[in-house]
Design a protein around this ligand. Structure first.
Ligand SMILES: [Zn+2]
Length: 403
């Protein structure tokens, strides 16, 4: 066997492929061979196959490229003034009532052309890529009409091509009820199901709904998710964040890939997620900006629910671009272990998107790899990548084995 590429001399490779009871699958003195963009061999460096090119990974921990499985990366406009108003004590509800909040982002996004949406999203994705993120889920949901919802997802996919990042597009027409439908919410639910959803063909791979107080009801959410599933889309949901609604249990029973946020999930929801293998996507950035409480991590862990960690990047409740920081916050503010946090931004993030070809360093997986230098003076250990905010430096990002 002759490989195209060998990643060698790393003091520590975290494969995310469980070995000897360690879920991070650590490999010391190991190497990784890449052939045609896929990992073709992983093992002890002494047994490595010959390769056309060798990448020197000395001084770095090698991990799978990161997966950010919940973002709203396409938007127009700015909510900076609203951020300042909230810091002076104005409530989110008061700002929303005068047309601010998400509805101001909807107005700006409707007014933006596709080229503008694409270029701003591509800049955001480029910043994420520089930090080692190569797969990003992006939701629609700032259009809330057929034309803008389609434009958002077209821009999301184009931005991914431009920034050299894999974008997975999710349809979130049920993100909010737009101003013109406020008087008749049932008419908007029908609009989402009958008009927006069919227009997502060939663009979206999943459907998502924001079920919460002030958003969609349990019954509306169920009908929209069922329609999406019938149209062949995977199911995801913003669940149990501001108020408990029961949507996590409903979505898990529909076979949801993930339920996201979950600050207020109950025992029945946890049991349903565990049965269905639904991933709990944690958004510590939103929890921080909303001054919210932590989800019941211990109860979910005890039930066997697995955790992914995402930025939930959006201009309002989670203006957070850096997934590494979210891994740290998930440990510090929610109580995840280092291993759970690192798996949450790699292999479990991929699982939350229904992807089994990445997020792990194993034969057959995509050769999406990141070479990370721990903060100065810290050991080559998993904890060194998570303990410090902004401490780990990205030396190199390989996508399908290419720089
Ligand atoms: Zn979200």
């Amino acid at each position: 066997m002759h490989a195209d590429l060998l990643v060698a001399n790393s003091p520590l490779i975290l494969t995310m492929n469980q070995r000897d009871g360690d879920t991070l699958g650590p490999l010391r003195g190991g190497a990784i061979a890449v052939t045609k963009g896929r990992i073709s061999w992983v093992g002890d460096a002494a047994d490595a196959p010959p390769a056309s090119e060798v990448i020197d990974a000395s001084g770095t921990v090698v991990v799978p490229a990161l997966v950010d499985c919940h973002t709203h990366t396409v938007w127009a406009g700015s909510r900076a003034s609203e951020f300042e108003r909230r810091l002076t004590g104005e409530s989110y509800t008061a700002i929303l009532e005068e047309g601010g909040g998400i509805l101001s982002t909807v107005r700006a996004t409707r007014a933006a052309d596709e080229a503008t949406l694409t270029s701003t999203a591509a800049h955001r994705l480029a910043a994420m890529r520089a930090r080692g993120v190569l797969t990003v889920e992006i939701k629609s949901g700032y259009g809330l009409d057929v034309e803008t919802e389609v434009r958002m997802l077209r821009a999301a996919l184009a931005a991914g091509r431009s920034a050299d990042v894999d974008v997975i597009a999710t349809f979130l027409g049920a993100h909010a009820i737009p101003a013109e439908h406020r008087a008749d919410r049932e008419r908007y639910v029908r609009h989402v199901i009958d008009e927006q959803l069919p227009a997502m063909k060939g663009l979206a791979t999943a459907i998502d709904v924001y079920v919460d107080r002030g958003a969609f009801t349990l019954d509306e959410g169920r009908r929209i998710l069922e329609a999406g599933r019938a149209a062949g889309l995977a199911v995801k949901v913003h669940a149990e964040q501001v108020a408990y609604t029961g949507i996590a249990e409903v979505a898990a029973n529909l076979g949801a890939l993930s339920c996201d946020h979950l600050e207020r999930i109950d025992g029945a929801g946890i049991a349903a997620m565990a049965r269905a293998g639904t991933v709990a996507v944690l958004a510590p950035g939103a929890m921080l900006y909303m001054h919210d409480m932590a989800p019941p991590i211990a109860a979910m862990r005890a039930a066997g629910v697995r955790f992914a960690v995402a930025t939930d990047l959006n201009p309002g409740s989670s203006p957070v671009h850096d997934l590494w920081t979210c891994a740290t916050l998930a440990c510090v503010t929610m109580g995840l272990t280092v291993a759970e946090a690192l798996r949450g931004i790699t292999v479990e993030g991929a699982r939350a998107l229904g992807l089994d070809d990445r997020g792990v360093i194993a034969v057959g997986s995509r050769a999406d790899l990141v070479l990370v230098e721990p903060p100065a003076g810290e050991p080559y250990a998993a904890s060194s990548l998570v303990q410090h905010v902004g401490g780990a430096r990205i030396r190199r990002v390989l996508r399908a084995g290419v720089n």
